[in-house]
Design a protein around this ligand. Structure first.
Ligand code: NDP
Length: 331
């Protein structure tokens, strides 16, 4: 038997509750690879799945945790053998399939990637889904022409998980980074990650009727959407791109929207980490190991245990988590 954070649903009241409970290997879902989980993390979706699920959880009882890293214990797939270090992100693990908030997990081999050289399991989870998505965003911006020396790159929701890693990667690649935050107290932290400019959130959340504004940004990683994305699009330089990752600030894009696309040739690139094919994940993890300075990564980390998760799930939904939470499932 081993520890897991199990979310139960009371069928009569419809209410959910989460608690650390003992489960066995026979309780785990089907899959080719059994993994001794070492670390998991807290992402926005985990906040939803620890609580009422937000439509993501298919079946209760449920073990959340959309990403994890650990060591293979058993494998019926030739690609993995006992002792291999692996990392998992995406594929609806932690939503439709039990995830990483347990000391063991069983998943399909296709969903895993070998731990990239240069990262241990803890560092891989300090990066986690949020960091992988930040890297995929930077790669998409580069594919669409992002180069250094053309002005600042904007990162929204900068003190959050995606934003923190995006800030550190972009700064390390030599970009000027303008970090948007609603928490002025995080300015020093963001400067430590390499931000050269701190933009207060309220400067970008007021909806304006102007079809375009002065050209400011050479690229953008946007974790917020909502009113902010509407404003940011109008401030992008000619021919640049926004990598849209999330909707922490709301699902609707507001404002006069079409003008940036037809008058400035701005690209809006949707980034999805969940269904990324194996080769893309491998490439992104290799870039992370190369382009993300480990000392900066360490400054983002807040350690946690399985029993901290119900509170942290609530915090992340309120936008109150700074950087990346790393959950030691064996602590
Ligand atoms: P976090 O909660 O860690 O960060 C989100 C940040 O957004 C907050 O820290 C805050 O930053 C800012 N924010 C929160 N609420 C608002 C608001 N109302 N208006 C403006 N800014 C706000 O989450 P993650 O970084 O892990 O994820 C961010 C988004 O990206 C989520 O929507 C998540 O679901 C999505 N996501 C998408 C992925 C994909 O594959 N596409 C993968 C991972 C995440 P600050 O305090 O600095 O202002």
């Amino acid at each position: 038997m081993f520890n897991a954070l199990v979310v139960e649903k009371d069928e009569e009241t419809g209410k959910t509750s989460a608690a650390v409970t003992q489960i066995g290997e026979d309780d785990l879902p089907h899959g080719e690879v059994l993994i001794a989980v070492e670390y998991s993390t807290v992402n926005y979706k985990d906040g939803l799945c620890i609580g009422p699920g937000g439509g993501l959880v298919r079946q209760y009882p449920h073990v959340p945790g959309i990403d994890f890293a650990g060591t293979v214990e058993q494998s019926s797939d030739d690609r993995y053998k006992p002792g291999d270090k692996v990392v998992l992100t995406g594929w609806r693990v932690g939503e439709a399939h039990w995830g990483g908030y347990a000391q063991k997990a069983r998943v399909l081999a296709d969903w895993l990637v070998p731990l990239p050289e240069g990262l241990d399991t803890r560092a891989a989870m300090a990066v986690g889904t949020a960091g992988l998505t930040a890297m995929l965003s930077v790669m998409a911006l580069e594919d669409h022409g992002l180069e250094t020396g053309h002005g600042p790159v904007l990162v929204t929701g900068a003190a959050g998980g995606v934003g923190s890693v995006a800030t550190a990667i972009l700064a390390n690649l030599g970009h000027e980074v303008a970090a948007v935050t609603g928490r002025p107290e995080t300015a020093e932290y963001l400067q430590g990650l390499g931000a050269t400019q701190i933009v207060p959130r309220e400067e970008l959340t007021e909806v304006t009727k102007k079809p375009l504004e002065s050209e400011k940004w050479a690229g953008c990683v946007d974790a917020v959407a909502g009113a902010m994305l509407g404003r940011v699009l109008k401030q992008m330089k000619y021919g640049t791109s926004v990598a849209a990752v999330g909707l922490a600030g709301g699902a609707a894009i507001e404002g006069a929207l079409i003008t940036p696309f037809i008058l400035r040739g701005v690209n809006l690139l949707g980034i999805d980490s969940v269904m990324q094919p194996y080769d893309n994940r491998l490439r992104a993890w290799a870039r992370i190991a190369k382009d993300l300075p480990m000392e900066k990564l360490e400054s983002m980390v807040q350690p946690a245990t399985l029993s901290d998760l119900p509170g942290l799930g609530r915090d992340i939904l309120k936008g109150q988590v700074k950087g990346r939470v790393v959950v030691d499932v064996n602590a």
